[in-house]
Design a protein around this ligand. Structure first.
Ligand SMILES: *Cc1c(COP(=O)(O)O)cnc(C)c1O
Length: 299
């Protein structure tokens, strides 16, 4: 499987003498998209090594991770159970419809209970209920996920100065930081408000994985557009233009914000001349069908 580097041409890049490639992780797999494939890879191996038959994981009703885990279960022979935040709504939205078509069993829990999803008592209950499954946390983020994401940088064969990605739980950027071992610069663009909380989480993940603290990274917290899954017309406009100019599809939750923010920084002269930038396209395009259905917006 390959995630090629696609170089972008844009007047702003020319003006500021920058080079920008998109690492097309969205092309890794048709259904186990982008960083979710990287994050699941070693978890699937571990589940198999432990002789587990069932994978239980967690997510919201439009979660890319739920869709990816369902597809991975179907492809690699695991039963999958998705613990979904909130009530069941029928007909199922495109994400959950897809997940059930892949054989995932959906188990809805209240928002209150969902908040306890990482607590030992709740996890013990799930282990009992689902007959000793392999548990994957929300968003797929754990140390095996970080390990998988270090391979994003191993997979880059050109020299560069800065690598950027969108951040949710921080597992992906933790992998980039650990994989680069203090070299180059890493920029994360959080999709949620409250980037400072995320900074600690990332630091912990990197340290727990590698035993190192690195300082060659930073969160750019100005481009969350009001918070997780909040959309603004200018963001949708940007996504349409980007698709037209570069023939690369984005979505408004993660990658749209990343590229909007990156081009805004570029236009403000953030990067010094000659900087070679790689932006990781983490996939997640399955979510666009849900946006279209819910808001009547064509993404
Ligand atoms: C899940 C996801 C992210 C966030 O990754 P984290 O490892 O949770 O930070 C970014 N982009 C897309 C497209 C995703 O689906």
């Amino acid at each position: 499987m390959q995630a090629p580097l696609q170089q972008l041409q844009h007047p702003l890049l020319q003006k500021h003498e920058l080079t920008l490639w998109v690492k097309r992780e969205d092309l890794l797999h048709p259904h186990i998209s982008g960083n979710k494939w990287r994050k699941l890879k070693y978890n699937l191996q571990e589940a198999k090594a432990q002789g587990k038959k069932t994978i239980v994981t967690f997510g919201g009703a439009y979660s890319n991770h739920i869709a990816a885990t369902a597809a991975a279960g179907a492809e690699f022979g695991f039963k999958t159970i998705g613990v979904i935040r909130g009530e069941e709504h029928l007909p199922l939205n495109p994400t959950l419809q897809f997940a059930t078509e892949q054989g995932m069993e959906l188990h809805y829990i209240s928002r209150e209970l969902y908040r306890t999803k990482a607590e030992p008592a709740f996890l013990a209950e799930l282990e009992e209920k689902f007959n000793d499954p392999y548990l994957v946390p929300e968003g797929g983020t754990n140390l095996l996920a970080v390990k998988g994401c270090t391979e994003i940088v191993d997979d880059i064969s050109i020299d560069f100065d800065v690598i950027c990605c969108a951040s949710g739980t921080g597992g992906t950027i933790a992998g980039l930081i650990a994989g680069l071992k203090g070299q180059k610069q890493v920029l994360g663009f959080p999709a949620l408000k409250g980037g400072d909380f995320l900074k600690e989480e990332i630091e912990q993940l990197v340290y727990n994985y590698s035993g190192q603290h690195y300082s060659n990274w930073q969160l750019i917290t100005d481009y969350h557009f009001g918070g997780y899954a909040k959309v603004k017309p200018e963001l949708l406009e940007f996504i349409h233009q980007f698709q037209e100019q570069h023939n690369i599809p984005l979505e408004p939750i993660y990658t749209g914000k990343l590229f909007f923010g990156l081009f805004d920084l570029i236009s403000k002269g953030y990067f010094t001349r000659g900087t070679r930038i790689i932006a990781v396209h983490t996939g997640g395009l399955q979510g666009n069908a849900g946006f279209k259905e819910r808001l009547g917006i064509d993404v």
